[in-house]
Design a protein around this ligand. Structure first.
Ligand code: NDP
Length: 287
């Protein structure tokens, strides 16, 4: 197998960063994108823009997809199903574990091999060995193309079950979107009081720096079913969350997010968990 040739389909910010990293390492790169103009700069650097999806698939064995979701994969690869035979399709786009499993079956039924990936870095982190991507799917296909995939990020292989990488990716994104949204919420409050976003960055960083220690502390207790509230009673947390909500409301800032936090805490209290740790909310969420 020629393992120095790669096709990249999907040239959003992420796909462009990936194609650029392959070019930097001297790979022969073939591209396809719905909006061809996004390939211009990469073509100047030596990539080849295929005339159609089938041409892009036929350029080599390794095909990296960087699309918005799995629906886009069917739209594109559905026009060139015959060219899937013998290809290793590596879908690095985000979607649910269920849709990833269906996508794996769809490609496999058409004679291709399928690897799912969840990229935990931003486009600026592509090509940085400190970045990592979760992969799952056939081990032998991953090992054959490991060197190429490591051009993008470190490889964190989670086994053969195709949906696993998507699951681990979504576990991370659950925290990513809510914590980023919590920062926008904090900025809105600061701005409402004439404070600039840049002026709260050190405070915001301190507020989240405590998280890794808390995760480790709580994880061991949660896994053991221990929700003793000796340090953080839910009744205290609910009162504190209500102070956040009132502060937002008094400033005229949107309250959707802080109201949701209060709602979850109050549900825990109604379930009789006022004297337990906030970790007891996991029991409510699982239910
Ligand atoms: P974009 O959504 O900006 O770009 C995705 C690509 O998908 C574009 O090339 C777009 O084509 C194509 N596309 C979308 N829908 C269709 C369709 N129906 N038919 C054909 N082509 C379609 O995403 P990003 O590049 O930012 O990210 C790609 C993937 O990587 C996403 O799944 C994202 O969740 C994930 N990711 C992104 C990160 C980021 O920071 N950006 C970080 C980690 C993961 P066109 O150019 O024609 O619009």
């Amino acid at each position: 197998t020629d393992t120095r040739t790669v096709t990249v389909i999907g040239l959003g910010p992420m796909g462009r960063a990936m194609a650029g990293a392959f070019l930097d390492q001297g790979y022969r790169v073939t591209l396809w994108n719905r909006t061809p103009s996004r390939a211009a700069e990469l073509v100047e650097r030596g990539a080849v823009l295929a005339p159609d999806v089938a041409g892009a698939l036929r350029a080599g064995e390794l095909v990296v997809l960087s699309l918005t979701d799995y629906a886009a994969m069917y739209t594109l690869l559905g026009t060139a199903e015959d060219a899937l035979r013998g290809r290793v399709i590596v879908n690095l786009g985000s979607d649910t574990p269920k849709r990833t499993e269906e996508g794996a079956r769809w490609v496999t039924e058409r004679g291709g091999q399928f690897l799912a990936g969840g990229v935990t870095a931003a486009p600026s982190g592509i090509g940085d060995p400190a970045s990592y991507t979760f992969y799952s799917g056939p081990r032998e296909a991953l090992e054959r193309h490991r060197a190429a995939l490591e051009v993008l990020t470190r490889v964190d292989y989670l086994g053969e079950e195709p949906a696993r990488a998507a699951l681990m990716y979504q576990i991370g994104m659950t925290m990513f979107w809510t914590s980023l949204l919590s920062f926008w919420q904090a900025v809105a409050l600061a701005n409402a009081h004439g404070i600039k976003a840049a002026d709260i960055v050190p405070h915001a960083a301190t507020a989240v720096a405590a998280d890794p220690g808390l995760f480790a502390f709580y994880a061991a207790r949660v896994d053991a079913g221990n929700h003793a509230g000796e340090a953080d009673r839910l009744s205290m947390a609910a009162a504190s969350a209500e102070h956040v909500l009132r502060t937002m409301a008094d400033a005229g800032v949107d309250t959707t997010l802080p109201q949701a936090v209060v709602d979850v805490f109050e549900r825990g209290i109604r379930a009789g968990r006022a004297d337990s740790s906030t970790s007891a909310l996991v029991e409510e969420m699982r239910a």
